[in-house]
Design a binder for this molecule. Structure first.
Ligand code: FES
Length: 300
């Protein structure tokens, strides 16, 4: 591990605010007499949260005083654990996993996006919104590549989807943590492939994302078809971001063909996106543009 030093610029002082002070006393009170030092990690963590995501030197002293510990002991802890940031971080603090599974699944592309959009590791953008560092395994390798932004994980990222995610955060748009493809938790992409039946031979209940509402009628709902045209439905899964589950939902809306999606307006895409509860995915993954290209390909 590299040497971790305190930031060159430090505030004059630090003290817990009233709420955190009360909370700290409760934490300390949980331990038997003489064992109050056991609260050191949680107090340092709360101090970091109060200070906008990083731990200044006066906070280390404050915690040492509260716990009646030698300052050097608390300093050792703060500088040993990488969960404590010793320099200012952005409002959105990106921890990018570069360990082998994530590296094999494209974390270098995500690093390139960080360098392009944010700058070098540790740099805080002028507007104070972003900073990033590379970290070791975040424990979400099955959905690699993964980044943690503040307390949320964003998984199954590509360079494009990650850049779009940062743009959404910058614009103050709502983002959806978790897998950024058609995957529930750590199930296989597209849905479970095992344990799909029960011992009595019946199909197991659907466990994928909550079913879309069956009936919504407003002006932006896409015009549907009773069934696929002659020759059968197009394989909508060819659109990046649409898996079997979403394809079934689209078919349920009467959408079977690329040219139907290609004809959507932005409002229609937003309606479908909201209906399927994918919080911006249709726009982010440019389903309309992809469908347009595929429709042309089919017609060629
Ligand atoms: S290797 Fe990236 S989350 Fe484990």
């Amino acid at each position: 591990m590299s040497v971790r030093r305190l930031d060159a610029e430090q505030p004059e002082s630090f003290a817990f605010d009233a709420d955190n002070g009360r909370w700290a006393q409760e934490q300390i009170g949980r331990y038997p007499e003489g064992k109050q030092a056991s609260a050191v990690i949680s107090l340092l963590w709360r101090a970091q949260e109060q200070n906008g995501g990083w731990l200044p030197e006066p906070a280390i002293r404050h915690v040492a005083e509260l716990l009646d510990m030698a300052y050097i002991r608390v300093y050792e802890i703060a500088t040993f654990y990488t969960m404590f940031n010793l320099s200012p971080v952005g409002k959105y603090f990106v921890q990018l996993c570069g360990t082998t599974p994530c590296m094999l699944r494209g974390s270098d592309d995500l690093k390139a996006v960080c360098r392009k959009v944010i700058g070098e590791p540790g740099h805080v953008t002028e507007d104070g919104l972003f900073s990033w560092i590379e970290v070791e395994c975040l424990g979400a390798c099955v959905n690699a590549p993964t980044v943690q932004i503040n307390k949320d994980y964003f998984e199954d990222l590509t360079g494009e989807s990650f850049e779009a995610l940062l743009a959404d955060l910058r614009a103050g748009r709502e983002v959806a943590p978790g897998p950024q493809v058609d995957r529930q938790f750590s199930c296989p992409i597209g849905g479970p492939t095992t344990l799909t039946g029960t011992s009595n031979g019946r199909a197991a209940p659907e466990t994928q994302t909550a079913p879309a509402k069956a009936t919504v009628s407003d002006a932006d709902r896409p015009e549907g078809l009773e069934s696929a045209r002659e020759g059968g439905a197009d394989d909508l899964k060819r659109i990046n971001g649409i898996g079997p589950k979403i394809e079934r939902s689209l078919n349920g809306l009467g959408v079977f063909h690329f040219d139907q999606i290609a004809a959507w307006t932005d409002e229609t895409a937003a309606w479908v996106d909201g209906h399927l509860r994918f919080k911006g995915r249709a726009r982010r993954e440019d389903w309309i543009g992809q469908a347009r290209a595929l429709a042309e390909e089919e017609g060629a």
